[in-house]
Design a protein around this ligand. Structure first.
Ligand code: HEM
Length: 404
């Protein structure tokens, strides 16, 4: 795979094409195949869990998002971020191993080969974009103008499409590598299995196994360091977790992504004029002040807030069952709702609830957390809390439930 095999004209023999560049034996097909397989697995997990997250935030889903298992979204989105981070060293390793290939002559041999070569651009650019944008997102650092979620979503389709083409083109090479029938396709035949575990490079001392081990270990370290925000036993290892889930500075020791002051709802939430209304497709519209809500039958549910950023934390929530309120308003059948916040603008001012959620016993208009009245940053006087739901859709400062 070395770049020096290509008979470049003299004026192009510079940079990555210069004689002697990329002579390491680590630029070989076996490593490329193993790293490609690993990347195929992590990107596929990211893609599927990402689609699940997208479905969970759809305002008009073809099929209603399930309310059970209650903690599924925290697992899928935690897995998304863990595998996304674990992909970073694999992607970097893979790019380094195959970099001489990028400088091969133009793709003129056949149409199939031209497609395979052209698909490398969206694959590489898309792969790098996905991990960079994802990491920026969970670090809440947006050095761009576009809306992260939409662009991350569409680039994911392009990247996975290009991955599909690439897997099609490389399937047999990878299969042979896995079966170990064929160790490498280097034309000079100087790569074989004998050097495995020995000094296997001409440009350094790292063996293929050592290289794979270094990539795998770095991936595992990154995955664990960010997975600590999802998987409780890892919490002390959360060096890269952007969240301290037990921060004593956070109100009620529970993380806050959007504060009441930040959303401009402090006065409205504390006002004596506050009302919770049930409107829309009902037999009778309802309106309650805070004292009336407090005097209604209250129920407990142990549920997590599972943030789209991958962190999650459980609490015991206490409040009014949404389905009781809907029954009181005379709403029947498979009910769909829009829940409206006091906040005046923003993408998450409203959220959608499908019939699995409106009918679930644990979908609450919560007024308390772990036995205490909700802090205003957690949604006082009333917030939505429901099973298996992205955190951005657990609407705070609820003022209206519209039956659709
Ligand atoms: C370090 C790597 C990654 C991180 C940290 C990351 C992070 C995230 C986050 C935080 C979201 C939720 C966005 C929101 O709903 O507001 C998300 C959604 C998503 N991600 Fe990633 N991601 C990464 C890599 C990937 C990769 C490699 C793919 C696919 C190839 C992918 C596909 C998706 C998809 C399809 C969504 C759903 C977007 C939507 O709701 O419309 N992600 N990701």
């Amino acid at each position: 795979m070395a770049a020096t095999q290509i008979d470049w004209p003299a004026w192009l023999r510079r940079g990555p094409n210069r004689d002697g560049a990329a002579t390491s034996r680590l630029h070989d097909d076996r490593l490329a195949a193993w790293l490609g397989i690993a990347l195929g697995v992590t990107f596929t997990i990211c893609f599927l869990t990402g689609l699940y997250s997208h479905w969970g935030q759809s305002r008009d889903p073809w099929i209603a998002f399930p309310a059970r298992p209650a903690g599924l979204y925290r697992i899928t989105q935690g897995l998304h971020v863990i595998t996304g981070f674990a992909s970073i060293p694999i992607l970097m390793g893979k790019l380094w191993v195959v970099v001489p290939r990028f400088f091969e002559p133009p793709p003129l041999r056949s149409i199939g080969r031209a497609i395979e070569r052209l698909a490398l651009f969206p694959l590489v650019a898309g792969g790098v974009f996905m991990v960079v944008s994802g990491v920026n997102n969970i670090a809440a650092w947006y050095p761009w103008e576009f809306f992260f979620t939409t662009v991350h979503y569409w680039v994911a389709w392009i990247t996975i499409g290009a991955l599909f083409v690439h897997v099609g083109a490389k399937f047999f090479v990878a299969r042979d590598v896995v079966r170990e029938r064929r160790l490498t396709d280097d034309s000079d035949g100087d790569h074989d299995d004998r050097d495995e575990g020995e000094s296997a490079t001409s440009g350094g001392s790292l063996s293929r196994r050592g290289f794979l081990g270094a990539v795998g270990t770095t991936s595992a370290i990154l995955g664990v360091s960010v997975g600590a925000q999802t998987v409780a036993p890892f919490e002390p290892l959360g060096l890269l977790s952007p969240r301290n889930l037990d921060d004593p500075e956070s109100p009620q020791r529970f993380p806050v992504n959007s504060s009441a002051a930040g959303r401009g709802v402090v006065d409205a939430a504390r006002s004596l004029d506050y009302r919770l209304a049930v409107t829309g497709n009902v037999s009778r519209e309802l309106r309650f002040d805070v004292d009336e809500l407090r005097s209604m039958p209250q129920h407990d549910a142990e549920l997590p807030i599972a943030c789209v950023e991958g962190w999650s934390k459980s609490a015991r929530w206490t409040g009014i069952r949404l389905r009781d309120l809907l029954a009181q308003a005379g709403a029947n059948g498979d009910i769909e709702c829009r829940v409206v916040s006091l906040q005046e603008g923003g993408l998450y001012r409203t959220s959608y609830l499908g019939h699995h959620h409106t009918g679930d016993r644990d979908t609450l208009l919560a007024m308390r957390i772990n036995g205490e009245e909700l802090h205003i940053d957690h949604g006082f006087p009333v917030r939505l809390i429901a099973p298996n739901r992205p955190g951005v859709w657990q609407t705070k400062w609820v003022t209206e439930v519209q039956v659709l």
